[in-house]
Ligand binder design. Sequence first.
Ligand code: DAH
Length: 369
Amino acid sequence: MVDTAALLSESLAAIAACDSSTALEEQRVTLLGKKGTLTEALRTLGGADPETRKTLGAALNQIKEVITDAIEAKKLELAGRELDARLKTERIDVTLPARPIPNGRIHPVTRVIDEIAAIFAEMGFTVATGPDIEDDYHNFTALNIPESHPARQMHDTFYLGRQWTVDGEQKNNRQPSTINRPLLRTHTSPVQIRTMQNGKPPFRIIAPGSTYRCDSDITHTPMFHQVEGFVIDQHTHMGHLKGCVTEFLKAFFELDDVPVRFRPSFFPFTEPSAEVDIGCKRGKDEIKIGAGEDWLEVMGCGMVHPNVLKNCGLNPDEWQGFAFGMGVERLAMLKYGIPDLRTFFESDVRWLRHYGFDALDISSLPGEL
Ligand code: DAH
């Protein structure tokens, strides 16, 4: 005959004595496993008389339940204790140097955009973005680019979809637009418009992003990148533009005395407009940025045209500003000596291994300003 009271107290004592999850699991098998004490005890019921079977059966099943609960509770207690112990021993030493990631490089376009953003962040600029799919109004009209401007001609701009004239007649894609057609933005300048439409001046933003033109040869790819910069405030003048651009170029090319030249030019959205050249020396197979007898064009800039301000609801007598735009691939080629533009987008991992950057090699440029 099974001594149920002893069975219960001995089982509970054994459970309480377990000092690890492994020991507890062993104990569970000893008690409740196929050949466990309790299982064996339940098996003896078969040979017992009906009355005993009834009372003993009920008692044993109750004990089984109590033991199962006790094991569950102990399991939780041990797991908590073991986790605490592990956390104490497995401390992460954050001062250890990180392990380099063997695969994957940062593309020079990403790197240069990060560098540009870091330099302008130091000057108090924030990053703004706009959509790659723009419309005629934001990409051209609002920027004071008249209908007859060459940039509007089909061979430069990727127009999207079919054009519908106002009377509903469908025209083919090559006809000049009379309505606000969707297109792939040909420059990042429309972000100026969106920023002014959606916010309140003063503004000090840069807008990096992809741009698209229907052009492909050694020096043009249908998709490329630009960074637009623009400042709107109440007493902004050309001196601010020159200082800002010059400081940027010094920081970007990591040169203290890079010669910078502002050459008069024309952009419909700025007046006056200028192109910015930096000094360089041309060797046989390389261009060295810095003092030299040659000049290299690196960006366009100017004072924001009053018409652009008016188009965005700003009074040009109250607000003025300057803007500039630069090609990211061009700056990357000059800074890192990458000879061929088209290789940027060939997705050749050997190229990326050579010209790409380590993910952990964070640019330290801004601190050096
Ligand atoms: N949007 C011009 C382009 O794609 C670049 C540019 C020139 C932007 C002068 C400007 C600017 O903001 O002031 O060629």
